[in-house]
Design a protein around this ligand. Structure first.
Ligand SMILES: [Zn+2]
Length: 206
């Protein structure tokens, strides 16, 4: 039996499903919200609703956006001949924070994981191939995570993109093996990008 009322019990249960939030933290958040005199709880609730209703994946790169095409794809100052392929919109944020990348992105919305039933069809790979075919792309940087799924995805992409005759690079291994891009600091990420290497079998550097 819960010591709380039904509504509070439900809220604690829902909050504790969030990443990094256990039951204890969920309880603390609920008490904080109840004590808060301002409209904070209402603002928070409305914002969550709005973000869920008004955030979409960019039609071109699948990064999060509130418009059909995201602000990065729309920026004429970006180098459209380079595409950095990442697993998740969070990774776009990480690379943007380095301030050193001026190309475009392509978000796969996941990584290959046969054990979890995630094959190439579940990722935005066909969209990437179409983009390369339809636009003047010269280099694709594979910036998937350096764990098993990320490496498997990078290898698959290299094989798939090879016939397209473009340069395919992989970010440097400055990132610890098994680590995720979202946890890398900005300097490490900028170095990994800077030190990227051309993968064998893809188009020549210039
Ligand atoms: Zn976009």
């Amino acid at each position: 039996m819960s010591a709380y009322s039904d509504l509070i019990t439900r809220l604690i249960k829902e909050l504790s499903k969030l990443p990094g939030i256990g039951t204890k933290s969920a309880e603390r958040i609920v008490f904080h919200l109840l004590k808060e005199k301002s409209d904070y709880g209402r603002t928070l609730g409305e914002l969550i609703l709005q973000v869920k209703q008004r955030s979409f994946f960019c039609r071109q790169c699948h990064h999060l956006t509130e418009a059909e095409i995201c602000h990065i794809c729309q920026d004429p100052a970006r180098d459209a001949s380079t595409i950095c392929v990442v697993e998740d919109p969070k990774d776009v944020i990480s690379f943007e924070k380095t301030g050193s990348y001026r190309g475009l992105y392509h978000v796969l919305l996941g990584a290959l994981s046969p054990l979890d039933g995630i094959g190439p069809g579940e990722l935005k790979i066909q969209d990437l191939i179409r983009r390369i075919r339809e636009t003047d792309v010269k280099e694709v940087i594979l910036a998937t995570n350096s764990n098993t799924e990320g490496e498997t995805t990078a290898l698959y992409l290299l094989r798939t993109l090879k016939p397209l005759g473009i340069r395919v690079t992989r970010i440097a291994r400055g990132l610890p093996v098994g680590s995720n891009i979202e946890y890398a600091d900005q300097a490490t990420l900028a170095q990994a990008l800077e030190g990227r290497t051309t993968l064998q079998g893809s188009g020549s550097p210039d």
